[in-house]
Design a protein around this ligand. Structure first.
Ligand code: SF4
Ligand code: SF4
Length: 313
């Protein structure tokens, strides 16, 4: 790639809320997973609510707060108030200036997400190149939804490919085909989330239709011929019915391929706590962690369609 193009790609900016090294559940081998901010879906069970907004957010670990009031004294927006021992932030007033983060003696306040260039992301992921080579690993872009910041995603992926780093994206598949196709130009593997087969249930649980999503899955596999791993979050009383598992298995095995590997991702309730830390009102969703018996039952159904299944990523 010519130097000017590399330079231009390196300068493209985007928002990232986490970069995890030595990940072993986000594609083959040892990987670095880059979590991009912004998501058009609002899954009731979302385990990363901090990923939904594009811009940085204040994260308040209220269990560490002693009520000393120092944050209140530095906030020029008057966004923080105290009622007894309870400290609260008015998110509409907060400008994410970070003054309260710096002054808090108990590290109760942090800012999640930051603006970063694609070149800076490349520098960070390149430090693990030795591990990728030894384990056939690479870089995975996750989110949020990587299609929201598609120009940024494309830049990171192209820069990685230029360094011979294996690339994967995790996606809900919700986006225009043109956008998806651009991002996939530099993608070796797609970890594709299937949240619910029935469209009206999909809308109920995620806020969006799955029509485009299912069409995109078919096009990725058949037109672009990019390998897919199907990822099924298993959320009790939402998408774990025998009918939904059978319909999903039928779609994957007949409309995609029996060779597609399926990863089952059992629900965990981390999201509930994170909503509190973001001082958001909770949507009332109360999930339970699926039992081993249930996970085995779902595995057997999928296997009866000729699919190979793994519990976990
Ligand atoms: S980040 Fe800044 S504006 Fe927001 S609550 Fe803290 S001090 Fe106030
Ligand atoms: S500075 Fe930290 S410990 Fe003190 S009231 Fe604010 S959040 Fe709580």
């Amino acid at each position: 790639m010519e130097n000017k193009r590399i330079h231009d790609l390196e300068e493209i900016k985007g928002f990232v809320f986490d970069i995890q090294h030595y990940a072993i559940h986000d594609g083959p081998g040892i990987r670095t997973t880059v979590f991009l901010s912004g998501c058009p879906l609002k899954c009731l069970w979302c385990q990363n609510p901090e990923s939904q907004e594009l811009y940085p957010q204040l994260f308040f670990s209220y269990d560490k707060c002693t009520g000393c009031g120092k944050c209140i004294s530095v906030c020029t927006q008057n966004a923080i108030s105290q009622n007894g021992s309870v400290v609260q932030t008015d998110r509409n007033l907060c400008k994410i200036c970070g003054k309260c983060v710096t002054i808090c003696p108990n590290e109760a306040r942090t800012i999640i997400g930051k603006e970063i260039t694609a070149g800076e992301v490349l520098n960070e992921v390149s430090s693990d190149k030795m591990f990728y080579q030894e384990s056939n690993g690479g870089v995975t872009l996750s989110g949020g939804e990587v299609l929201v910041q598609h120009e940024f995603s494309c830049a990171i992926l192209e820069l990685c490919k230029n360094e011979n780093i294996h690339t994967a994206i995790e996606t809900s598949g919700y986006g225009s085909w043109e956008t998806l196709k651009n991002v996939l130009t530099f993608t070796d593997l797609v970890l594709f989330d299937f949240k619910h087969f029935d469209d009206s249930e999909h809308i109920k649980f995620t806020g969006v239709s799955n029509e485009t999503i299912l069409e995109n899955a078919k096009k990725i596999y058949h037109e672009l011929k990019i390998p897919i791993v199907a990822r099924l979050p298993i959320i009790p009383d939402c998408n774990d019915s025998i009918m939904n598992i059978k319909q999903t298995a039928n779609f994957i095995s007949t409309m995609l391929d029996k060779l597609i590997k399926v990863h089952l991702l059992p629900y965990n309730n981390l999201g509930e706590q994170k909503h509190k830390n973001l001082e958001q009102s909770w949507n009332g969703f109360s999930g339970t962690i699926p039992s081993d018996k249930k996970m085995n039952e779902i595995t057997k159904i999928l296997e009866s369609y000729g699919l190979s299944v793994k519990i976990g990523g």
